[in-house]
Design a protein around this ligand. Structure first.
Ligand code: ZN
Length: 283
């Protein structure tokens, strides 16, 4: 019995992989939890004009359902990022043109992480640091809110760096035992100087040296999908550059609030930080 079980599990996995529908290539993985993604078929809306959709006062990505498993349900699909602080007890409300769509989300318990940071100002910033951080945060939010309409919507990513995932998305964080915001991205550990590359086509919409994030770049992939790269030792791009998948963004470093060299990679959808791995195939 004990020898057969792993075999059955392996066969079941193989069958599941074989039956994966083609659209797995195109849609991000759905996960209706805080920090996840909801795919909402916009039933009842005309096919001839792309609707505009809104969720929690942010504009939401809308893509055609053609060729996906949802094509029988509606012509258009809203792809909405769900905030980490969304309340699972409440019905979620998405609006497309003048139509309301309601959906439920499940709760998700993220693990806690305790980090020790040597630079005390990175844990308890002084007023000057806080003023600097506020300005930088406004710059970043403006970049996250960037809206563009590329011909081919980006809904899938390659990984931007090679290395083990050293810290997952969503961790509740404590710096020197003090609670701070949850981890809004995925950390990929790699040696100082290792390459960071564009995970999909995108345009550079922010470049800066920030208090917490160090050397930072933000790419806009269109339809409210943006990505953030932090702690870099070197930046290879400038504002307005148009990148293709695999183009260099810069190099791994340890600038800003870090405990060692790594890439902090954030994925933002409708100005909402979501689990980057939902966009990555075969992770
Ligand atoms: Zn991080």
């Amino acid at each position: 019995m004990s020898a057969i079980r792993p075999l059955i599990a392996a066969i079941a996995l193989m069958l599941a992989a074989l039956s994966l529908p083609l659209q797995a290539q195109r849609l991000p993985e759905e996960s209706r939890v805080p920090g996840g993604i909801a795919l909402i078929p916009l039933a009842g809306l005309a096919a001839d004009k792309k609707p505009s959709a809104w969720y929690k006062s942010n504009r939401v990505m809308v893509i055609s359902s053609q060729g996906t498993s949802l094509q029988d349900q509606a012509h258009w699909i809203a792809v909405a990022g769900i905030p980490l602080k969304a309340n699972p007890k409440k019905k979620q409300h998405l609006r497309a043109n003048a139509t309301s769509y309601y959906f439920d989300i499940d709760g998700k318990e993220y693990k806690a992480q305790y980090l020790t940071v040597k630079n005390k100002r990175h844990v308890n910033p002084d007023p000057k640091d806080i003023a600097r951080w506020r300005k930088e945060k406004a710059e970043m939010v403006a970049a996250f809110k960037h809206w563009s309409n590329p011909e081919e919507p980006v809904t899938r990513f390659e990984l931007p760096a090679k290395g083990p995932f050293s810290s997952p998305f969503g961790l509740k964080r404590f710096f020197n035992k003090q609670p701070r915001n949850p981890h809004s991205g995925l950390d990929i550990a790699a040696p100082q100087g290792a390459p960071i590359t564009a995970p999909a086509a995108g345009k550079v919409v922010a470049v800066g040296n920030y208090f917490f994030n160090g050397n930072t770049v933000i790419l806009d992939h269109g339809n409210g999908l943006t990505t953030l790269y932090c702690h870099m030792s070197r930046i290879d791009v400038k504002m307005g550059d148009q990148l293709k998948t695999g183009d260099s963004i810069g190099a791994i470093g340890k600038t800003g609030r870090v405990t060692g060299p790594h890439l902090h990679w954030t994925v933002s959808l409708n100005n909402t930080r979501v689990n980057p791995l939902l966009f990555v195939e075969g992770k």
